[in-house]
Design a protein around this ligand. Sequence first.
Ligand SMILES: [Zn+2]
Length: 99
Amino acid sequence: MSDKIKHCCQLMTKFVADPRVDVEYLEYSRGYYIDMGPEADEFILYCPFCGSKLPENLHKKWLEILEKEYDLDDPTSDEQSSKVPKEFNSDEWWKKRNL
Ligand SMILES: [Zn+2]
């Protein structure tokens, strides 16, 4: 196996990358979800494959920082989403801040 392990274990890394498996990883919030259909994603705290506790989901922090530092109180709205700095659409912002 030459695949780099980006997540807690090999299975998680494999399934996150596999579109047939409904486990999703969102880089911007470092959140893990199980896709249960439209509007019904379930946030997971522990890896279902190896049982380790997953890193803290940063979605709330994301909202906080965007409001505090960029004055965006509704960054997912049509009006404001274009003003969200590029680094906030990836894992760049939390890696930079060592979160
Ligand atoms: Zn795991």
